[in-house]
Design a protein around this ligand. Sequence first.
Ligand SMILES: [Cu+2]
Length: 279
Amino acid sequence: MGHLIPSTLAFFTPESGGSPNANQINGLYKITLYIALVVFIAVEGALAYALFRFRARKGAVPAQIRGNTRLEVGWTLAAAVILMGLAVLTFAKLASIQDPANSGPGGEQLAGESGLLYASAERRLPPNGKSLNITVIGRQYIWQYVYPGANEPDGLGAPYSYEEMVVPTETTVTLDILSEDVVHSWWIPELGGKFQAVPGYHNYAWFKVSKPGIYRGQCAALCGRGHARMIATVKAVPPAQFDAWLAYQKQQIAQANAEAQVERAKLNAQTGPGQVENP
Ligand SMILES: [Cu+2]
């Protein structure tokens, strides 16, 4: 019975546990839920009591009451006070939800000035200015993640992956979310927040995963007939493992590019009817 109640409540509260902002959202939600529960029980209890206590009896004529100014002013004020309290609390907690925290001591060693760090009105950086910034690109019907580490100044050669995002633990990850076609929605419930990927617009989010694991999500905006298959996974691994993974991705992409270049050269060298025009 002791843990029956919390687990029942967990069914009604947002998923969390993966990232501090998700925990803050869950905390705020719970406070609102508990206050609402107290009000609900008080109102329904008073109603049930009145129904029973003043139920119709043969021959009894109930008191004929028209209004009660003190009571009416009282419950209007009480509701206003609760509302104000919740508003103040929400705004007080908002910063810890929106603003990225610093990476933990065991996180990825991030350079301060990687050229990818720029703050704007919308994008928030941790207090120390260091985060691993990943560009999340939504397209029908797959998520692509582009990591820092481009060889070229134009961003070409940056390692990327599809569907599964690999991140280092204890590291603040900031996301730059965009779309190439229609509106998609980035959502990994346990990592907090749901962000739309809108064509021609950037949305920013962040998370910091403390323990290794797999966090699943799903595109949360109906984006076409393949929407249901547009899943997303965040795999958190220790920083050393992340570095190895990133290096492997880079090497695989470089190899594929080199092979494509050889093929292109072959095609260009062909003459006659089989020639392929290089646009
Ligand atoms: Cu989608």
